[in-house]
Design a protein around this ligand. Structure first.
Ligand code: ZN
Length: 105
């Protein structure tokens, strides 16, 4: 998995690597956070596979699951695309708002 993880204690951003299990700055245990991040990443992979095969509703479902685990812009973008493809304009609007809020931070 590529990506970054923020230490909940000192807010240091670390690149996710195979041997990262504690914050390099404050030594806070990051293992559980990493497990959640890995699960969120796996859900994004599932969503992308569904997008490539036209499984829009499944893609939306997996993207929403990923987003519930980790607030990641990629999951929100996939959810927006899938919701649009599903013709679910209410959900598309919700995901567009979520993306806008992430840009404004
Ligand atoms: Zn830390």
């Amino acid at each position: 998995m590529d990506g970054e993880i923020e230490c909940p204690s000192c807010h240091r951003i670390s690149l996710v690597t195979d041997d990262l299990d504690a914050c390099p700055r404050c030594e806070c245990d990051l293992e559980r956070l990493l497990q959640i991040a890995l699960l969120a990443h796996a859900k994004i992979d599932q969503a992308l596979r569904c997008l490539t095969t036209g499984g829009w509703e499944q893609a939306l479902h997996h993207a929403e699951e990923s987003r519930s685990l980790r607030h990641d812009a990629r999951a929100a973008r996939i959810a927006f695309l899938a919701a649009t493809a599903c013709d679910d304009l209410h959900a598309a609007r919700k995901w567009d708002d979520a993306l806008q809020q992430m840009r404004d931070k």
